[in-house]
Each structure stands twice: as C-alpha cells, then as structure tokens.
Design a binder for this molecule. Structure first.
Ligand code: ADP
Length: 389
C-alpha cells in the first residue's frame, strides 16, 4: 500500500533537552506527533526518551537550521534561544512558537516590565538602575534582578542596605545585562495563572494555583489555590488571558503572581513554556499543560483545563546536600503506601538543589493530599529514614 503523505503527522522540533521536553514526549506519543530534539548534551533528560535527536548548542544557528529542517513548527524547553536566530528560522519558513516577539518578554525582565506597564497589568514598582545612587534613589529595601539569564532564584538579590547591591551589579556586568530594581513586595503567598493559547487565538485557562518556593526553587503547588477569593482568581485568569493575547503567546504562558497581604495581585514574571506550577495538571486536570502546549503550538483545538479532583498537590523531589536520595529505590515503599500516588522522575542524577522529579496526589481532602505528596517527595529525596516507615 502506498502511503498518503497528507495523512502523515507534521514534525515538531523541540529545543532543549530538560524535563519539560521529556514530559512533552508523553502526550506526543499518545497524539502520534513526531518530535525531533535538540539536546544540549548526550543522555540528558529528554534525550533519553526522544530518539530523533541532535546534540549541540542552541546558540548555533546552523545546528538550529538542521534540527528544524523538515519541521513544521519549533518549540522550546527553555527561553534562551537568541532572538535573531528565531527570526532566521521564521524566515526559513518554520513556525516558531512562541514567536520571538512574544518570547523576549520571558527573556528580559526590563522588557517585560515595560510592556506590562503599557498593558496596565499590576506590577511591583520597578525601574532599571545603573548605579548605587540610583538604587538609593529607588529606595530600600528592594529586590535587584539581572534583566536576563536568571532562573530558580539565581540573579535575584533582596537588598536591605546599599552595600549589598554590589553583587547584583557585578553579576550583571559579567553577564553583559542590566539590573532591574523592584519594591520588596509584602506578599501573603505566590500564585500562578497558567493559560494555553493557540495561533488561531483559542485560549484555555487553568485554575489559579498557590506555589511555595524553597531557596528560590518551586517546591510545592496546590491546585486550586486554597481560600482564594473567587473574584481575585477570576482577575488573575483574565489577566493571564489578556497578557497572552496582547503578547501573541502561542503555547503555555505562566504568569507568576504575588498575592499581597492587602488582597491584590501583582505580576512577578512570565514564562512561555510548560511551567513547574502546571505539573499538577498531568494527573489533576482533564488535559495536562504538556498536551495543551503541543495542541497549541500545532494549532489544534485545546483540551479542557478543568480539574479532575477537588484538590491536587504537587511536590518537587529535590536532590539533598548528601546523596541520600532514593529515586528508583523509593518506589517500593512510596507506591505500596499510596496506590493513588502519581510519580514523575526525570532520569536525572541527584545533585544538591536539583529538581529530579515530582509527585502528584489528588483527592477530596486537601490535608490528606498534602500529607501524601509531602511524604512521598521526602521519601524519594531521602529525607525520611527507616524510623518513619
Ligand atoms: P527567577 O527568574 O529566578 O524565577 P523571580 O523573579 O521569579 O526569579 O524571583 C524569585 C523569587 O524571589 C520569587 O519567587 C519571590 O519569592 C522572590 N521575589 C522576586 N521578586 C520579588 C519582589 N519584588 N518582592 C518580593 N519577593 C520577590
């Protein structure tokens, strides 16, 4: 029988071989969508599961062209591909999703703040500063951030005295970027509003979640955010949808928010890819953020973001200061203790502070979900010994 090429699935290129690309592979298998990966090194998380792959530097345009050769669309596991390369790929006829004009708002915090101000989106008071005098004029305490290249709390300094500001300027100078000053927000907690948006303009908003950070790294997510004023939740979802539309985001947009002690929401930052605060959706929503990211970048109708259970708790598994983590060896106890538990391991080696996996627990009772997910994550991370069994 001859193959009908019109029925063949288009190829999706994915740049970046971390756990986000790895978790895109799962719905891609189910959808029959072929992926081709550009991995930064052999054997990294996504390279273990996507056979059609190349290994090399995402800053190398020739390599990006090779990876996207024959691909209908290219998407990303991270936001670091240089803007000029994204324009070059577009000129080659590849659909870049999210596109360079949108992505720059997730790459550069000063650009993001300026655009959000134009959109009247509520933000902490902020200014680009270029000297200690300007920091003093801005006012202390404040939060200094390098405008580009930060992640997981790296590139963020809480400055209470002027002498502490030097480190931020040194880091910015070394990286060839600027420093953004923000007011130190007095927040009750951090929230995240996640939406998927397709090039056709269809959008789907996930329930707003509460997130807890540990040392600048997302540690725990509760979906939906407990005791969140429904009006504030709706405002956060509408804000995320409005930003996604205004910036022409395609794929997942995560809007990280502060809920202030006086009941307002302020935007902390934007991410344009599946996000740690959306991992709960793999087991807790009708359509996971990873599937909706794929549907969105392929311009297919989006799936329902509705929760499957009243509560879902996600807890990350982080490498500890020693190598006590169990990973595979954690399964017998964790799975026997909780047959409802969902575990996601990324195929990464344990290193202090490194995200190596997460667990999801869903159900009718929040306290029970929290206990189950925390216990399992601590167990995999090696924080619980035999005495706790
Ligand atoms: P990253 O790019 O590393 O994710 P963020 O800008 O999200 O950096 O900042 C990391 C963490 O620092 C936030 O999750 C929050 O806990 C804290 N933070 C950032 N900005 C502020 C601020 N203006 N006021 C108070 N805390 C902040």
């Amino acid at each position: 029988m001859s193959e009908n090429p019109s029925r063949r699935a288009p190829l999706l290129a994915v740049v970046g071989g971390g756990q986000l690309a790895r978790m895109m592979a799962q719905p891609a298998i189910a959808m029959g969508l072929p992926l081709r990966l550009l991995a930064e090194a052999e054997g990294v998380s996504a390279a273990q599961v996507i056979p059609d792959q190349m290994v090399g530097d995402y800053r190398d345009l020739a390599l990006l062209r090779e990876v996207t050769d024959g691909a209908a669309v290219v998407t990303f596991d991270h936001e670091h591909v240089p803007t000029e390369h994204l324009h070059a790929l577009q000129a080659d006829g590849v659909a870049v999703r999210p596109g360079p004009e949108a992505l720059v708002h997730a790459q550069d915090k000063a650009v993001m703040r300026a655009r959000l101000a134009e959109l009247d989106a509520p933000c902490p008071r902020n200014a680009v500063v270029s000297s200690l005098d300007e920091v003093a004029a801005f006012g202390l305490p404040s939060v200094l951030k390098t405008t580009r290249g930060g992640y997981d709390g790296k590139g963020v300094w809480v400055v209470r005295e002027l002498a502490e500001a030097g480190e931020a300027f040194a880091a910015a100078e070394q990286a060839g970027v600027q420093v953004l000053a923000e007011e130190l927000v007095d927040f009750r907690r951090e929230l995240s509003a996640l939406v998927a948006r397709s090039p056709s303009g269809q959008a789907a908003a996930y329930p707003v979640v509460a997130t807890t950070q540990k040392d600048g790294i997302c540690h725990e997510v509760v979906a939906p955010a407990p005791d969140l004023d429904p009006a504030l939740a709706a405002q956060a979802q509408q804000l995320a949808l409005r930003v996604a539309g205004a910036l022409d985001v395609t794929g997942i947009l995560a809007v990280e928010l502060f809920e202030t002690t006086d009941g307002r929401i302020l935007v902390n930052e934007l991410a344009m890819r599946p996000h740690n605060t959306g991992h709960w959706s793999q087991d807790g929503a009708v359509t996971s953020q990873f599937e909706n990211h794929l549907r969105a970048v392929m311009d297919l109708p989006l799936g329902s973001p509705e929760p499957r259970a009243p509560w879902t708790v996600m807890v990350n598994i982080l490498g500890g200061p020693d190598d006590a983590g169990r990973l595979w060896d954690g399964y017998p106890h964790a799975l026997a203790r909780d047959p409802q538990l969902r575990v996601h391991l990324y195929g990464k080696d344990l290193r202090p502070g490194r995200k190596v996996g997460h667990v999801n627990a869903f159900g009718d009772d929040l306290t029970d979900c929290l206990e189950r997910a925390r216990h399992a994550a601590a167990w995999f991370a090696g924080e619980l010994g035999n005495e706790s069994e």
